[in-house]
Design a binder for this molecule. Sequence first.
Ligand SMILES: Nc1ncnc2c1ncn2[C@@H]1O[C@H](COP(=O)(O)OP(=O)(O)OP(=O)(O)O)[C@@H](O)[C@H]1O
Ligand SMILES: [Mg+2]
Length: 455
Amino acid sequence: MKIKILIIEDEPTMRIGMSHFLSSSGYQVTTCEDGAEGLKQIDRGYFDLVITDLKLPKHDGLAILGHAKKFFPLIGVIIITAYAEVKTAVQAIKDGAFDYIAKPFSNEELLITVERFLKFRNLEAELNRLRESVSEKIGFENLIGVSPFMRDVFDRIGAIAKTDVPVLILGESGTGKELVANAIHNLSLRKEKACIKINCAAIPENLFESELFGHEKGAFTGATETRKGKFETADGGSIFFDEIGDMPLSLQAKLLRVIEDHAVTRLGGNEPIRINVRGIYATSKNLKDCIASGAFRGDLFYRINVVPIVIPPLRDRKEDIPYLIEHFLKYFGDKYAKPELKITPSAYEALMSYMYPGNVRELKHSIERAVLLSRDGLIDLKSFPDELSVNKTENAVSSSFHFDDIPLQASIMSLEKQRITKALKETSGKKTEAAKKLGISRKVLWKKLKGYQID
Ligand SMILES: Nc1ncnc2c1ncn2[C@@H]1O[C@H](COP(=O)(O)OP(=O)(O)OP(=O)(O)O)[C@@H](O)[C@H]1O
Ligand SMILES: [Mg+2]
């Protein structure tokens, strides 16, 4: 079906020029010369998009916009402005216009803006469809997520939280490992007791032992008091070893002993003290590689890897991004007293297509920064760090595939499917190898194969 566009422009050459050009580009175009006629046309409820001049006889562009948005919220409105009216144009965007184009503009500029609107509209429809299909909650504890991957994570947390089995949480930096650890503790029967966190990458090796196991008075120079270690403090609760892959080898042996004996001995002490703790471990390292290189003990790995929970990187679960955006926007909007912030479509597109090497943490920080930088209630592309917006254009330019005509989400999926198929061909169907090539886990690959119905 042809897209129907209404042009409201009093200046004849402009009006006829635009109409000709858009018709020849395949759109069905209707024109009118003033605001009053424009309103009448809009009331037919027939148009997908209205392109209106700001200055018009009988009702100006802002009145047209207000009317269209009030009665036909799905109609897109693009405002044409003169250079001096840019301030008003910004107001128009706040009031719901899709975008504005400043005179003088080329036919290409006009077409790009129209096409961007159509892409945006498709994306929005897709989002609404997704939202409706998500009848369940969009998160679990403090974790936001709707993707099948995150649903799996939630299921797993629910299944093991009330048991005492050790949990190993794996995921790149910023994927939410600590949130998962907290959720496990908070849903456990130990929730009234402490959840003690130990960052294995941050404690100097020589202090580690006394931190963990405590010490008796006089155990070493400077040990002027007897002190309980973290294990004792966590008694009855949980102990969370973050960055377990960075634990010094010498300590790994001692940790293993504690896990096996359920007891610790303070430095300088000789009585083992019984402890009852649940161990939760997290790392962004590949522990199997660490074992291979001799940096991690295989026997400790088998002890802690009873229930692994793998959190996939954000780029592998783009469905979660809209919900995370909404969540952080609300959170930081409240925090910095900037309610009802709006994101421009181009900024939204950039957020959706970025690869997020820093995962959810990076998205969260980007939005916090954008909220702080936002003016007039609007977050646009300029509010984000360069890599976010630049990356987007690079993606578009470097792709060999012609993505411009399909909705954004579909183009991401299509690119993904292409790459997976290619990797499988290159590895003669060997999934482990293909996953390696793609930099994803075998499990993630398996899910994607299922999702895309690739044989
Ligand atoms: N699913 C999610 N929903 C809401 N917030 C999230 C989610 N995942 C991560 N975050 C937020 O992102 C930030 C990073 O999360 P977290 O510290 O748990 O990551 P991590 O995997 O432990 O990272 P690192 O390996 O760098 O320690 C936190 O501010 C957290 O609140
Ligand atoms: Mg962490």
